[in-house]
Design a protein around this ligand. Structure first.
Ligand code: ATP
Length: 252
């Protein structure tokens, strides 16, 4: 059963079409990478999924709730990690999480239990009392993912969550998030780094506002590599997009 569906969604900035009849359907317990070069429309799609933007063209459903008709119910099933960190650096990890839990309407006891469970899932339990300022970039990111799980969403959206992190931190985060998908969550992960994607992961390739493919990474790669398949799909007679790199190639 689909927990996430985008049906025939379009969005324009004035005369510039950023999304053009986009349709994506995903079920629970999957890790799906939204793969696209710069300017593909990934952030625009995320802004529509989180209702920062609205469109009258097409329909978005989260856990069966239409985001235009039942926004509160739809957003209640969504956990989001934005590209820009939004943590209070001078509060402890647990106080940051408790604050967010309060915003979600959870009682103190519930908030403590959920925070502890979420930090445990991200391997961050022993850092609960540390100030965020003292954490490295990878741990801060893991904490933001823990925070996004507190209200027990069905869908976790992450917008290029490993940008700027070193290789071990990126690997730890991608491992943790794959574990979350294995435990039943639908993970929708925007990236332009193909080495974050595993063979069995679902991949949606977005380019110039259009979905070019939705299949597993293994199917997409065929007998070659995922990078080659991605470049072939998105190049369409132009130079390969410069942003299609693995983390190593990107110097991370
Ligand atoms: N506020 C805006 N006004 C006009 N055009 C915009 C605006 N924001 C984005 N665009 C255009 O819409 C298209 C999609 O942009 P978007 O930021 O969604 O892509 P993206 O895949 O997230 O790119 P990146 O990986 O660089 O963040 C691009 O052509 C971009 O130039």
């Amino acid at each position: 059963m689909s927990v996430f569906s985008v049906e025939d969604v379009s969005y324009s900035y004035g005369s510039r079409k950023a999304l053009d009849h986009v349709s994506i359907e995903l079920g629970a317990g999957r890790f799906c990478a939204l793969l696209g070069p710069n300017g593909a429309g990934k952030s625009t799609l995320f802004n529509l999924l989180t209702r920062l933007f609205v469109t009258s063209e097409g329909r978005i459903r989260i856990a069966g709730h239409d985001i235009a008709r039942e926004p509160r119910q739809a957003l209640a099933r969504l956990g989001v990690v934005f590209q820009q960190p939004t943590l209070d650096l001078d509060m402890s990890v647990e106080r940051n999480l408790a604050y967010f839990a309060g915003l979600q309407g959870l009682s103190g006891k519930q908030a403590r239990m959920r925070s502890a469970a979420a930090l445990e899932r991200l391997g961050m339990a022993e850092r609960a009392r540390e100030k965020v300022r003292a954490l490295n970039g990878g741990h801060r990111r893991r904490m933001e993912i823990a925070r996004a799980l507190i209200h027990e969403p069905a869908v976790l959206l992450l917008d290029e969550p490993t940008v700027g992190l070193d290789a071990p931190s990126r690997a730890a985060i991608t491992d943790h998030v794959h574990d979350l998908a294995d435990s039943g969550l639908l993970v929708f992960w925007a990236t332009h780094l193909v080495d974050e994607i595993r063979e069995e992961d679902e991949v949606v390739v977005l380019n110039k506002g259009r979905v070019l493919a939705q299949e597993t990474a293994g199917q997409l790669a065929g007998s070659g590599s995922l990078t080659e398949a991605f470049v072939r799909l998105t190049a369409s007679g132009e130079a390969p997009p410069p942003s299609v790199l693995t983390g190593a190639e990107a110097g991370r």
